[in-house]
Design a binder for this molecule. Structure first.
Ligand SMILES: *[C@@H]1O[C@H](CO)[C@@H](O)[C@H](O)[C@H]1NC(C)=O
Ligand SMILES: *[C@@H]1O[C@H](CO)[C@@H](O)[C@H](O)[C@H]1NC(C)=O
Ligand SMILES: *[C@@H]1O[C@H](CO)[C@@H](O)[C@H](O)[C@H]1NC(C)=O
Ligand SMILES: *[C@@H]1O[C@H](CO)[C@@H](O)[C@H](O)[C@H]1NC(C)=O
Ligand SMILES: *[C@@H]1O[C@H](CO)[C@@H](O)[C@H](O)[C@H]1NC(C)=O
Ligand SMILES: *[C@@H]1O[C@H](CO)[C@@H](O)[C@H](O)[C@H]1NC(C)=O
Ligand SMILES: *[C@@H]1O[C@H](CO)[C@@H](O)[C@H](O)[C@H]1NC(C)=O
Ligand SMILES: *[C@@H]1O[C@H](CO)[C@@H](O)[C@H](O)[C@H]1NC(C)=O
Length: 531
């Protein structure tokens, strides 16, 4: 090279550069100022390339300034050969040289935005052949906005939400648009939709199962004069199917605990990044979310009921949820350890037989009626062996409640902080705040009559109709009911029976037979049968 070089620091700029910008370059190449008239002699031997678009110069808004840059593509050298480029920037009478560049872009140090810019790129990779590429433009027309720094995509209900982050240019951008096509599809669909603001644009009526290529473009304005399409972003299909629960294993572990393993399958597992399992303790005391990459979750739980909700997660959204309720775990061994007495319908006492306060001071009592949501109260107790529980909702009469008491290891906060392995069930008892009499009679009585005996069979009163603990049945029978002379006989039958044989009956005699169920509150309706 024959040019006489001087470093930039030695140069006196004078007053002509009004809007002078100095930017640091990532490539620490010293910029050299040459006499512009010598360029011709320096690079006169270079052949001008006819290829268009090989050299491109533009500005990007870096709040509040504009950062200028030229980019180009490499020639067709063999892999291990070094590229050597020299970039010359001319504006009016001034020029700068960036020599010996091995990359394919250069940040420009000084650009006066009022003057046309000419960039010349000399490819000196070959010692004896030089190629020159020229770019010309007017800086205000070269300010490029976009592409976004990153884009989040969310898909649901055949919609696609496009959520870009723009970085520092965001104050100059007002809106953006989008085009999309099926993966490797032939042509772009360009809906004429522009985003309301710079944060979100929704495209509708897509096909849920399709993978799309999506490109974004900023809406042109005075400060964004170049708005190229971004590169293609690949948008995975929507997750439309829920995971399928394959197995729930619920086994008694140690006293008052159980090991619950839940396994599922997800059809579109290749696009799922993992699963989110939400486990809610009945009564809603605690809800905890577990992230897992495998379709499996194992928890150590108490004997309460729990609700599981499993969703698959992909880059673009979540699947519908698979749900499963795990019922309370019944362990006969825990009966008889708990007592419950009622003080009106808004309070009860719960007491326990063992010396629990030796080891525990945090407890929770949980109770629920037929098909009712569970309620719960956690409490601290380190002196007494009972606790008075005051209720927000009154207890219902004629409803069978199950009460359970759980012990908690955590002594600081008696509320359950985590669901896994942090409480065990101590005892369980069923009780009525107030018993009622059965509202229905034993069902479908049938009789099988012989000469002197009769076998009665019936169907038990369903639990929701007994309205108290079923203590048994009373069978009344009377000979010749019309003449009114014979007294009525009654027989008490235990609660577990569903048949009874009357013997020593007289032949050719009419019997009136009645059967009713009874609880601690009394006898229910009777079912009449004439035989
Ligand atoms: C050009 O840069 C390479 C390394 O990037 C260096 O080895 C070489 O000496 C430089 N040539 C000139 C003329 O500065
Ligand atoms: C910049 O160049 C264009 C032609 O490329 C010309 O029309 C325009 O007048 C020039 N502008 C200035 C400020 O020199
Ligand atoms: C699970 O992942 C989500 C994001 O996918 C995150 O917000 C949440 O904190 C994670 N939860 C746990 C318990 O790691
Ligand atoms: C629950 O706790 C048990 C025992 O500490 C542990 O083996 C299991 O991995 C835990 N489960 C989760 C989902 O953290
Ligand atoms: C609870 O008891 C009070 C007073 O004994 C009574 O007025 C009220 O109706 C009861 N509520 C229910 C739901 O039974
Ligand atoms: C009682 O008998 C009727 C008719 O004989 C039948 O439809 C009904 O299902 C029976 N009920 C039960 C609980 O078996
Ligand atoms: C009635 O009882 C007799 C003898 O015990 C038995 O053979 C018959 O099958 C019974 N009939 C019905 C309808 O149960
Ligand atoms: C059953 O009969 C006895 C007398 O035989 C009577 O004292 C009793 O009250 C009767 N029980 C019922 C529930 O009717």
């Amino acid at each position: 090279m024959h040019c006489q070089r001087r470093t930039l620091t030695n140069l006196i700029f004078g007053v002509l550069f009004v809007n002078v910008i100095k930017l640091s370059s990532p490539l620490q190449v010293s910029s050299v100022v040459c006499n512009c008239s010598s360029i011709t002699s320096c690079y006169g031997h270079c052949v001008t390339s006819q290829e268009i678009g090989e050299l491109d110069c533009f500005g990007k808004r870096i709040n509040p300034r504009i950062k200028w840059k030229c980019v180009w593509t490499n020639g067709k050298l063999t892999v291990n050969k070094m590229y050597r480029y020299t970039l010359v920037i001319e504006q009016k009478k001034y020029c700068q040289i960036y020599p010996n560049i091995s990359g394919t872009s250069m940040d420009l140090r000084i650009v006066n935005e009022r003057y046309n810019i000419t960039a010349r790129l000399f490819d000196e990779s070959y010692p004896h052949s030089c190629k020159e590429t020229v770019f010309r433009g007017f800086p205000p027309e070269l300010v490029r906005c976009g592409p976004p720094l990153s884009v989040d995509f969310k898909r649901h209900s055949r919609q696609l939400d496009i959520l870009p982050s723009w970085g520092m240019e965001k104050r100059y951008i007002q809106s953006y648009t989008v085009r999309y096509k099926e993966l490797k599809g032939p042509s772009w669909a360009e809906p004429t939709v522009y985003s309301q603001d710079i944060n979100k644009l929704t495209v509708r009526n897509l096909s849920s199962s399709m993978t799309y290529e999506v490109q974004l473009r900023v809406l042109e304005n005075q400060r964004c004069t170049q708005v190229p399409w971004s590169k293609s972003f690949l948008v995975q299909p929507e997750l439309t199917d829920e995971p399928v629960i394959k197995m729930v294993k619920d086994i008694s572990k140690m006293k008052g605990k159980r090991l619950v393993t839940i396994k599922w399958k997800f059809a579109a597992s290749e696009v799922s990044e993992g699963y989110r399992v939400t486990v809610k303790k009945s009564g809603g005391e605690t809800t905890e979310t577990f992230n897992t990459s495998h379709p499996l979750l194992t928890l150590i739980l108490s004997h309460s009921a729990y609700q599981f909700e499993i969703i698959a997660i992909s880059k673009v959204g979540t699947s519908p949820a698979a749900q499963r309720t795990i019922p309370p775990f019944y362990d006969k061994g825990l009966n008889g350890k708990l007592k419950v007495t009622f003080n009106g319908n808004t309070s009860f006492n719960v007491s326990w037989v063992d010396d629990l306060i030796k080891n525990y001071s945090c407890f929770a009592v949980e109770w629920w009626g037929n098909k009712e949501k569970a309620a719960h109260k956690s409490f601290y107790e380190d002196e007494k062996i009972y606790k008075v529980i005051l209720l927000d909702e009154p207890l219902q009469q004629y409803t069978r409640y199950t009460f359970t008491l759980h012990t908690r290891l955590d002594k600081d906060v008696c509320n359950l902080k985590s669901i896994n392995n942090s409480e065990s069930t101590y005892g369980s008892i069923q009780a009525y705040f107030k018993e009622g009499i059965p509202i229905s009679a034993p069902g479908n009585i049938s009789s099988n009559v012989t000469q002197s005996s009769m076998v009665l069979e019936w169907i038990a009163v369903p639990e929701e109709d007994t309205r108290g603990f079923l203590l048994g049945y009373i069978l009344y029978y009377r000979e010749n009911p019309q003449d009114g002379t014979e007294t009525e006989t009654n027989i008490t039958i235990d609660a577990g029976s569903m048949s009874y044989e009357l013997v020593d009956l007289k032949s050719s005699t009419v019997y009136k037979v009645q059967l009713s169920a009874f609880t601690g509150a009394g006898m229910g309706h009777t079912l009449l049968q004439m035989v």
